[in-house]
Design a binder for this molecule. Structure first.
Ligand code: SAM
Length: 265
């Protein structure tokens, strides 16, 4: 049996899953099929890695903690083919890693890095088939929220513009060692096909969404005053008296496209 001697590192968000029932639910949710290219972010001591490997036979795992790399590789011996990439996941080029394949990303993520990891994965969306991530429940609630919800905000719009977001199930602190202070949840993200997204200028879209939610209580007219004018808001089919939390994702896309600089002829 492998020896994971090093104590959990708080700085790396190490909360290891120990609840077999939850681990089984994650594997069932991923439901790997022959030929799938699985990539796990932050395998830790292998709580999800080894069951996935047992089921699928092959897996790539990206782990930043040097102390875990050798024991993890040892633990995988005789279970399946595990490739461990010892790197900060934010430095991993998923497009290069995918080659001709599309990746299925899985991970109980370090919570302090969850947003950067999500947006890093979305930068490589064409090669990402889907993602199953454990995150703070509060973050999953915001990711999956619909317009009108108290927690619908910038994160909801920025992710739902690029992916279908489904909150799958909640996970209590007792499922981890050491237990985190917050509840967790597992979420599935499936990137939309590139031609279904419709955003003409990603940076412009991000600017519009940031400004709209900059001050939640402000109307679009006021919140967007430095970004676009009332005519452009109306041309996107929106009433300027609305607040950002009432505006659906497709309307933000129309608004950003409406205000995109015209292409140079
Ligand atoms: N998957 C394991 C489990 O469920 O028990 C561990 C999950 S733990 C919440 C997060 C893992 O991500 C840790 O193993 C940690 O070392 C790793 N990690 C933290 N920052 C990372 C980074 N920048 N790149 C890759 N892995 C990272």
């Amino acid at each position: 049996m492998p020896h994971f001697k090093a104590p959990p590192k708080k700085s790396l968000g190490q909360h290891f899953l120990v609840d077999r029932g939850i681990i089984d639910m994650i594997v069932l949710a991923v439901d790997p099929k022959p030929g799938d290219r699985l990539v796990e972010i932050g395998p830790g001591q292998g709580a999800i890695t080894l069951p996935l490997l047992r089921r699928h036979g092959e897996l790539t795992a990206i782990e930043f903690d040097r102390d875990l790399v050798v024991p993890l590789s040892q633990a995988a011996q005789g279970v399946g083919t595990l490739t461990v990439i010892h790197k900060d996941v934010l430095q991993v080029n998923f497009t290069r890693l995918a080659g001709e394949d599309r990746l299925r990303l899985v991970g109980n993520l370090p919570y302090n890095l969850s947003s950067p990891i999500l947006f890093h994965a979305l930068d490589h969306a064409p090669v990402v088939r889907d993602m199953h991530f454990m995150l703070q429940k509060e973050v999953v609630d915001r990711m999956a929220a619909a317009p009108g919800s108290k927690v619908y905000g910038r994160l909801s719009v920025m992710l739902q513009a690029y992916c279908a977001v489904t909150a799958l199930f909640d996970v209590p602190p007792a499922a981890f060692r050491p237990p985190p202070k917050v509840d967790s949840a597992v979420v599935r993200l499936v990137p939309h096909a590139a031609d279904a997204i419709g955003i003409q200028d990603r940076a412009r879209f991000a600017d519009v969404v940031r400004a709209a939610f900059g001050q939640r209580r402000k109307t679009l007219r006021n919140a967007l005053s430095g970004v676009c004018d009332v005519e452009q808001i109306e041309a996107a089919g929106l009433r300027p008296e609305l607040r950002a939390e009432q505006v659906e994702v497709a309307a933000f896309v129309r608004l950003a496209n409406q205000t995109s600089a015209p292409a140079v002829q």
